[in-house]
Design a protein around this ligand. Sequence first.
Ligand code: GDG
Length: 448
Amino acid sequence: MKRFVVVANRLPVDAGPGGLVSALQPITRSSGGAWVGWTGNPDERPEPFEHEGVHIHPVELTAEDVDRYYEGQSNSTIWPLFHDGVEPSVHHRPWRVAYQAVNKRFAEAAAAVAAEGATVWVHDYQLMLVPGMLRELRPDLRIGFFLHIPFPPVELFMQLPRRTDFVRGLLGADLVGFQQPLAAQNFLRLTTQLLGLRPEGERVEYEGRTVTARAFPISIDVSEIDELAADPQVQEDARRLRKDLGGDRRLLLLGVDRLDYTKGIDQRIEAYGELLADGTVSNEEAVLVQVATPSRMRVAQYQQLRERVEREVGRINGEFGDVGRAPLHYLFQSRSRAELVALYLAADIMLVTPLRDGMNLVAKEYVAARRDEGGALVLSEFTGSASELSDAFLVNPYDVDDLKRGISAAIAAGPEDLAARMRKMRETVRANDVGRWAKQFLEALGTH
Ligand code: GDG
C-alpha cells in the first residue's frame, strides 16, 4: 500500500523521457509511491513490478478498449471539443460506455494500491471520471486532478453528451488543476450551470466537501534541456545540420510537433508557401524544417491531416525547390531528445503556431535550449505558453497574413532585440521548472 499514487493513461516505462515523467518520477520514487497506467500495448497485463524505484501497477486495455476508450471517446470526442472544436467532435454511445468502464478499472486499481489517507494524483482528459469513482470507493483519500489540455468555454462543453457526468467526475477531486486561469473559471461556471452550485472565488462546495479549481501552468525539465544544449556532441550536430542545410547564408525555420490538427501545421506551411510565392523569402535564403512526429495514426482525422500536409509539402517543394535544394524538409518521424535539441540550437526561427494548445512545451524547450540567447520564437496567442512568453513574436494562426507578419517581423528583428527578448523568456522558463509545478500542485493539495 502506497502513500502517493500517480494515475495516468500511460505508464512511465518505454514512454521516452517526457516532461511529466521527469517531473513526477523523483517525487514518486522518494515517497516510495506507485504509478497506475497502461503499458501502451493492447491485451497485456504484466504483473506489478518495480521500475527505477517506482512501483508500477499496469492496467489492461483490450484492443476494443483502445479503439473505443482511447481512439474513440478520448481522442475523437473529447480532444477536438476541448480544443475549441477545431475539428468536429464525434459521438458514439459504445465509446462512452467503454470510457466509463476503463475509468472504473483505473479507479479500482488506484483504490487497491493506495494506503489509508494516501494522496492520489490523476492526470488528463482520458481519466476525467476517475476522481469521482475513486472518491466513492475510498472517501479517505486526498485526490488531485490535473488537466493537460484546455478546458473549453461553457457553450462548447455543453455539446458533450452526458456532460454532467464529467463535471461530477472532476468534482470527486479535492483540487482540480488547469493550465490557465480561464479554464478553471470555465469549469466553475459549469458547476453552476449544470449542478446549481455556488462557487466562491476558486472554491466550490459539493456534497459536503470543498473543491478548489486553480491554474498551475506546467513547464519543462529545464536541466534536461540545459544539459543537452551544453553537450559538445549536440552542439556539433547543430553545426552539421546548419552546414547540410546551406550554412549561415540560409535562414533556418523550424517546427516540431506531434502531427496533430490542433498544432496549426498546415496553416504554418501555407504561410511559408505564401512568403516564398510573394518573394519575402527565397529558396536561396531560407529553409523550413518541420518535424511531425507520428501520433494517433489510426484516427481518421489524423490520416486526413497527414494527407493534407504532405500534399502541400510536395506542392511547395515542387514549385520553389531546385535540384539538391528544397525549401521545406518534412520529417514524419520521431526523433531523439538530443536530435531535437540540436535542431533547437540550429534554428534561427522557431515556429510554434497551434490553433489551440493547453500549454505547448516545445516553445519552452526552445527557449531553455538557447543558452546563447540567440534565435526567435514565433508563438500562437492560443497556447498556454503565450501567457508567460509574451516576448515572443505573438501571432493569430487563423490569420495567414498575421502569421506571415509575425514570421517577417522575426526575420527583420536585429540581434540585440532578439537577445533581449530571449533573455527575458529564459528568465521566465528557468524560474518555473516542472519540478516547481509539481511541488506547487502537491502543496496546494496537501494543505487543502
Ligand atoms: C499535451 C498538451 C501540454 C515531440 N516530438 C518528439 C518529441 N516531442 C516532445 C516535445 C515535447 C512533447 O513531446 C510535446 O509536448 P507539447 O506540450 O508540445 O504537446 P502535447 O503532446 O500535445 O502535450 C500540451 C502538454 O500535454 C503538457 O501538459 O503542454 O498543451 O497538448 O516535450 O519535445 N520527443 C521526442 N521525439 C520526438 O519526435 N523524443
